[in-house]
Design a protein. Structure first.
Length: 211
């Protein structure tokens, strides 16, 4: 069967249309794949940013909760600071504090010798409820002392002591000693704490008045 020129022209035209349609389909496919890739990438970036924001928020909340819990204990003890019959004992240093407190304790005793200090990034509290501290001179904590941890991941612990009569803050306070057997009017406590996974670090300060 012979194909005339008219039929050949029709076939060529159909082939041309098919090729154009095929080429257009490939371009559409490439564009669609590119757009899909961009959408996936943008979605992944948004998810990562959202996840990071939630992670930092959780870490911040963890730090603030731990700091608040530690401050609650420290505030209770320091606000109950007192002196015994010998006008003892309050020894304030820049990174540690030792004092007698009349706040309630687990042994139901009237007085407790307490020390707060930092060791290996943990906030420690030592205490002894020996009633001999009421009248006898204080030279050591003694064998009945117990030490517990009240804060983890604490990188700095600092104290300052306020003298209302001088309207000034000091880095140390010695009673009895240079401060003539009187208690400071207030104690400033500053802590820098991180969450357990080291995602967030915050510094908090509390000023505790001594009645």
């Amino acid at each position: 069967m012979k194909i005339n020129n008219h039929q050949t022209s029709i076939i060529k035209r159909k082939l041309s249309i098919f090729r154009n349609d095929a080429a257009f389909t490939i371009i559409e496919l490439i564009v669609a794949i590119t757009l899909a890739s961009m959408i996936i990438l943008i979605t992944a970036m948004i998810f990562k940013q959202t996840s990071s924001a939630f992670s930092e928020s959780d870490a911040r909340n963890e730090v603030y909760q731990n700091v608040r819990a530690a401050f609650d204990v420290i505030k209770r003890d320091i606000s109950g600071a007192t002196l015994n019959a010998n006008r003892e004992w309050f020894k304030g240093e820049i990174n540690a504090i030792t004092f007698l407190s009349s706040t309630s304790n687990t042994n139901d005793q009237p007085i407790t010798l307490i020390k707060y200090f930092l060791q290996s990034n943990t906030l420690n509290k030592s205490e002894n409820t020996d009633t001999a501290f009421l009248n006898a001179g204080i030279f050591t904590f003694g064998t009945a002392t117990t030490t517990g941890i009240i804060g983890f991941n604490v990188s700095t612990l600092q104290f300052r002591y306020y003298d209302m009569s001088e309207d000034s803050w000091a880095n140390t306070w010695d009673c009895p000693g240079t401060n003539t057997s009187i208690l400071p009017d207030a104690v400033e406590v500053k802590m820098t704490v991180s969450d357990m996974r080291n995602r967030y670090t915050g510094t908090s300060t509390s000023i505790i008045a001594i009645p």
